[in-house]
Design a protein around this ligand. Sequence first.
Ligand code: HEC
Length: 105
Amino acid sequence: MHLRNPLAALVLAGMASSAAVAQDAATLNLRSLAATCAACHGTDGRPVSGSPLAPLAGMPRDAFLAQFKAFKDGSRPATVMHQLAKGYSDPQVEALATYFSTLKR
Ligand code: HEC
């Protein structure tokens, strides 16, 4: 695209880059949230070999939501997840469910 007005070009470039920055911030935010699970479930939801934990990567969204909710309301007995689950808001849990379901196992 050829723009005669350098100011218009600058404004357009600025719009494009602020959209990219917003996208990066959202991705970073989501990955940071998912990283809070990594200590036990492994980086990107892939447990280290020999871990007894189920991989979160590739877990179907509905199954993830059902299990997480069951931890949160105490209907699924757990050693740690029932406490941990209480620290996450519903929108955060939804975002995590979507994120992990899109990762390869
Ligand atoms: C301190 C270790 C620890 C952390 C941190 C942790 N988990 Fe867990 N997770 C477990 C354990 C242990 C289990 C098995 C249930 C139990 O005994 O609590 C489990 C089970 C699960 C399950 C059930 C899997 C299945 O197939 O039944 C899901 C889903 C889950 N965790 C999601 C998460 C998410 C999402 C996070 C981060 C927000 C997270 N966990 C953080 C230890 C952890």
